[in-house]
Ligand binder design. Structure first.
Ligand SMILES: Nc1ncnc2c1ncn2[C@@H]1O[C@H](COP(=O)(O)OP(=O)(O)OP(=O)(O)O)[C@@H](O)[C@H]1O
Ligand SMILES: [Mg+2]
Length: 145
């Protein structure tokens, strides 16, 4: 039933908690697991700013991308002994849109994600990314609280 599982990771504890669930399901179903990190794109006004800002922006993006890849490799290596096929994917964009697009265009069967992430605002059950993905996904979404 589940052959391709997508696990979006933002580096938060909650997202890593979702990993255990994704791994167990992947083992049971013999599924492939993809760890995905979206480097959030900067606001549009930054893109249109002068050259110097463009350089600074690129430096920030490169650094965030490197950091995201490292974070996912660390997560992947923590479950190396589980005998599941894992790959990692990093992309620049709006997190919810990129997650939805990836799941749809590559026919993922399940998205496993945290209810909240790195966002600081307390009191809400769901963050904006989990909320949007849960509402618009083309496949089932398992939200880990
Ligand atoms: N940049 C991202 N890349 C990959 N996955 C992400 C990203 N941001 C969030 N997620 C996924 O979405 C889950 C929920 O995070 P979300 O961002 O919705 O909550 P939040 O950070 O608490 O709130 P908000 O971002 O709205 O302030 C995370 O546990 C993670 O699985
Ligand atoms: Mg967030």
């Amino acid at each position: 039933m589940y052959k391709k599982i997508l696990l979006p990771l933002d580096g938060s504890e909650r997202a890593v908690k979702a990993l255990a669930h994704a791994v167990e399901i992947a083992q049971k179903f013999g599924a492939k697991l993809t760890l995905m990190h979206v480097v959030p794109s900067l606001p549009a006004y930054v893109n249109t700013a002068v050259d110097q800002l463009g350089h600074a922006q690129q430096t920030i993006i490169n650094e965030l991308t490197r950091h995201g890849q490292e974070m996912m490799e660390e997560v992947a290596s923590s479950v190396l002994d589980k005998g599941i096929e894992i790959d990692t994917y990093t992309v620049l964009g709006q997190p919810a849109d990129e997650i939805l697009e990836k799941a749809k265009s590559e026919d993922y069967d399940l998205i496993v994600m945290g209810s909240r992430g790195l966002g600081e605002i307390k009191g809400y059950l769901m963050g904006s990314v989990s909320n949007r993905v849960a509402r618009h996904a083309s496949c089932p979404v398992l939200i880990i609280h």
